[in-house]
Design a binder for this molecule. Structure first.
Ligand code: GAF
Length: 385
C-alpha cells in the first residue's frame, strides 16, 4: 500500500513548528452490498480501499484541538469539550473540521484531550467513498493513542458514528466507521449492525478472472441534504406501523406490504427486506467462490435502490446500464445515493471495454467524464509511525 506518511509529516512540521508524535491512517470504503440497511439494524458487506485519510498529530495538554488540512485553507482551533459542533453554527469553510472536533468532543468523555492535527486525504471529494468516516476514525485512533485511552474497535466505531450523528448532525448508520476500523486486506466485512458482530469474508475477484471497478460518476454526493434523513425517518415510520423494532425484524414481507397503506413506505420496506436477503445470499456466494453469480445480486440491488428506495441518480443508472451492456457481470450504486460512485464487477478481459462504454455513454449525454479507481480490499485503520 502506498501510504502518504511523508508529506503529512513534513506538512505538520511546517504548520506547527515541531515534529508530530505519530501518524495514523484510516481508509475509505466501498460497500459490496447492503445499502440503507445499517440504520435498519440489518447487514452490510463493505471493504476498505487503499485510499483514505492520514492524520499527523501531537498531544496538547491545554484541552484545545487545533486542526489543519493539506486540502483546506482554513485552520480551526476549538475547545475539545464544547457543545455539539452543529449547534455552534460554523461557517461553510470550517465545515470539514466539524468531524475531527466532533470526535474529540465525544472522546473527551472517555478521557482523551487536546491535540494539534494535520489532515491529508487522497480520497476524491464527494465520490461517496466515506471520506468523512475515514477522517473521524483516523482522528479517533490518534486521540486515543496520544492520551493513552484504550477503546476496542467496535466500540470506537460506535463513538465515531455518534460524533457524526450528534456533533455534525448527519443521522448516518454504523457501516462506514466499522468498515474503516474493522476491515482487513483481501476481505469484505460482514457486519450485523444490530449486534455489532462481524466476520471477514474472503473477496478476491482477480482469482476468479474478475475485476471490481469503482466508477466515480462525478455527480458530487452530499448527505447533509435532507433526503438521507427522510429515508431514515420513513423506515422508522414503517417499522412503527408494523410493530417491529426495526425493519430487520420484518419476516413476512408479503404480510407487511399488505398491512402498509402508504405506497412510499411499502417501497422502502421492500428494498430494506430484500436487500438484507441479498447480503446474506452474497456472503454465501462469496464463501462458495461463486463470484460470477454475485454480479446478479449487484444488479438486483441497483434496481431496488433505483425503483424502491429512490436514491439513485442518472449518472449511476447510465454507468450500470453501459457496463452490463459491455459485458460486465453486474454493477450498482454505492453509499447513500444522490451522487457518488458505482461499482462494476467485470471479467478482466472486458474491463477496458467496460470503461470505454461508460465513458462513451457519458460523452453522448455531455456529462463530465467519469473517474476510475482501483478497488483492492485493503487493511483497516492503523498507526503508520
Ligand atoms: C451513508 C451512511 F453514512 C451509511 O451509514 C449508510 O447508511 C449508507 O449511506 C447507505 O448504505 O454512507
Amino acid at each position: 500500500m502506498d501510504l502518504p506518511a511523508v508529506p503529512v509529516i513534513e506538512g505538520f512540521a511546517a504548520a506547527f513548528g515541531r515534529a508530530p508524535d505519530g501518524v495514523w491512517h484510516a481508509p475509505g470504503r466501498v460497500n459490496l452490498i447492503g445499502e440503507h440497511t445499517d440504520y435498519n439494524d440489518g447487514f452490510v458487506l463493505p471493504f476498505a480501499l487503499s485510499r483514505g485519510v492520514s492524520v499527523a498529530a501531537a498531544r496538547r495538554d491545554d484541552g484545545v484541538i487545533e486542526v489543519r488540512s493539506r486540502q483546506a485553507a482554513t485552520a480551526v482551533t476549538a475547545p475539545a469539550d464544547g457543545p455539539p459542533v452543529v449547534s455552534e453554527g460554523w461557517p461553510a469553510e470550517r465545515a470539514w473540521a466539524a468531524y475531527p472536533v466532533g470526535v474529540a468532543r465525544v472522546l473527551r468523555e472517555h478521557g482523551t484531550g487536546g491535540a494539534s492535527l494535520l489532515i491529508d486525504s487522497d480520497l476524491p471529494q464527494g465520490a461517496g467513498l466515506s471520506s468523512s468516516a475515514a477522517l473521524e476514525c483516523a482522528t479517533a485512533l490518534a486521540l486515543c493513542d496520544l492520551h493513552g485511552v484504550e477503546i476496542d474497535r467496535p466500540a470506537l466505531a460506535r463513538l465515531a458514528q455518534r460524533a457524526e450523528n450528534e456533533q455534525v448532525g448527519m443521522p448516518c448508520g454504523l457501516m462506514d466507521q466499522s468498515a474503516s476500523l474493522l476491515c482487513t486486506a483481501g476481505h469484505a466485512l460482514m457486519l450485523d449492525c444490530r449486534s455489532g458482530l462481524s466476520s471477514q469474508v474472503p473477496f478476491d475477484p482477480a482469482a476468479a478472472g474478475l475485476a471490481l471497478l469503482v466508477v466515480d460518476t462525478r455527480a458530487a454526493h452530499a448527505l447533509t441534504g435532507g433526503e438521507y434523513g427522510r429515508r431514515r425517518a420513513e423506515c422508522e415510520e414503517a417499522a412503527a406501523a408494523l410493530g417491529v423494532e426495526a425493519l430487520r425484524d420484518v419476516k413476512d414481507l408479503a404480510g407487511a406490504l399488505g398491512t402498509l397503506r402508504d405506497p412510499v413506505l411499502r417501497r422502502r420496506v421492500q428494498h430494506v427486506v430484500t436487500e438484507n436477503h441479498r447480503v446474506e445470499a452474497s456472503v454465501g456466494l462469496l464463501r462458495a467462490g461463486a463470484l460470477p453469480e454475485f454480479g446478479a445480486m449487484l444488479n438486483a440491488s441497483h434496481l431496488s435502490l433505483r425503483d424502491q428506495f429512490e436514491v439513485s441518480w442518472p449518472e449511476a443508472d447510465a454507468a450500470v446500464d453501459a457496463a452490463v451492456r459491455a459485458g460486465a457481470r453486474g454493477g450498482r450504486m454505492v453509499g447513500g445515493g444522490f451522487g457518488g460512485s458505482v461499482i462494476v464487477l467485470t471479467p478482466v478481459s472486458r474491463a477496458d471495454g467496460v470503461r470505454e462504454a461508460i465513458t462513451a455513454a457519458y460523452a453522448k449525454r455531455g456529462w463530465t467524464p467519469p473517474g476510475f479507481l482501483d478497488a483492492v480490499p485493503s487493511p483497516g485503520a492503523q498507526r503508520l509511525s
